[in-house]
Design a protein around this ligand. Structure first.
Ligand SMILES: C[S@@+](CC[C@H](N)C(=O)[O-])C[C@H]1O[C@@H](n2cnc3c(N)ncnc32)[C@H](O)[C@@H]1O
Length: 240
């Protein structure tokens, strides 16, 4: 009996170890191993990231860039911060829209993801529209109320403290400014790392955002749009 058990364990242990490595490294992209692991893995994937993701540029234009500009209309020259910009998906998307006359600052903690983004920005001569900066998302290096729009696409679930990142995104947003974030829908393999729609609404409202609008976007992500409340003018004295 003992030898059967030993044999079973000997057979199962490598399979279990392989599953654990697959889950920690590939399926959840290092998120349970801490911030350094996440960034190291993105550095490692950077050359393959665009090939793996196969973004549908037309869909991104129709479902991200144009809705963003429509929500800002008539303004066409917003200052946008894209948090966890990766290989520059959002900055490039905006810069390709003819009516966009603003500027996007993309920040990311992965040196190699940013290197890929820089190559693409240079190739398309988009330097007047895009600035890229290596920085962590948990403490944004900008003063309060700096941006008309703050975005964070397919990335909140990778942050060590998503609440802190959202608070930072809101801090640097101007009153009346637009926030776009995403919620990962498929949570089977990522327990406790993603938020439900209800939780996201609560977190955003607690931060002083209004008109929270959640829309199913891709198979695995919903978009969340919201506006930062404008500062209410002080009413002085009694009105007669
Ligand atoms: C799935 S990618 C999304 C990239 C891009 N937003 C897109 O839609 O293609 C997640 C990105 O988050 C970045 N990231 C993860 N943790 C970060 C952190 N703490 N600070 C800044 N960037 C981070 C990674 O380097 C990676 O580029």
């Amino acid at each position: 009996m003992d030898s059967v058990l030993t044999l079973l364990l000997a057979l199962l242990a490598p399979a279990l170890a392989a599953f654990l490595v697959w889950w920690l490294v590939f399926e959840t992209e290092g998120v349970y191993l801490g911030r350094r692991a996440v960034i190291a893995l993105y550095d490692l994937y950077a050359n393959r990231y665009d090939r793996i993701k196969q973004f549908d540029e037309r869909a991104d234009l129709m479902l991200v860039a144009l809705p963003l500009l429509d929500r800002l209309a008539p303004q066409t020259d917003p200052l946008i911060l894209d948090v966890a910009t990766g290989t520059g998906r959002l900055p490039l998307l905006m810069a390709r829209v003819a009516r966009f006359q603003g500027h996007v600052i993309g920040i990311d903690a992965s040196r190699r993801m940013l290197h890929k983004a820089r190559e693409k920005v240079r190739r398309e001569c988009f330097e007047p529209f895009v600035t890229l900066l290596r920085h962590d998302a948990s403490a944004l290096p900008f003063p309060d109320r700096s941006f008309n729009v703050v975005t964070c696409i397919e990335a909140l679930e990778f942050m060590p403290d998503p609440k802190q990142t959202l608070a930072e995104m809101t801090r640097v947003l101007r009153p009346g400014g637009l926030l776009l974030a995403t919620i990962r829908i498929d949570t089977r393999w990522m327990p406790n790392r993603t938020w439900s729609e209800a939780r996201m609404r609560l977190e955003l409202e607690a931060l002083g955002l209004r008109d929270v609008d959640v829309m199913i976007w891709q198979d695995d992500y919903s978009q969340v749009w919201a506006f930062k409340k404008s500062v209410q003018p002080q009413t002085s004295g009694n009105l007669h």
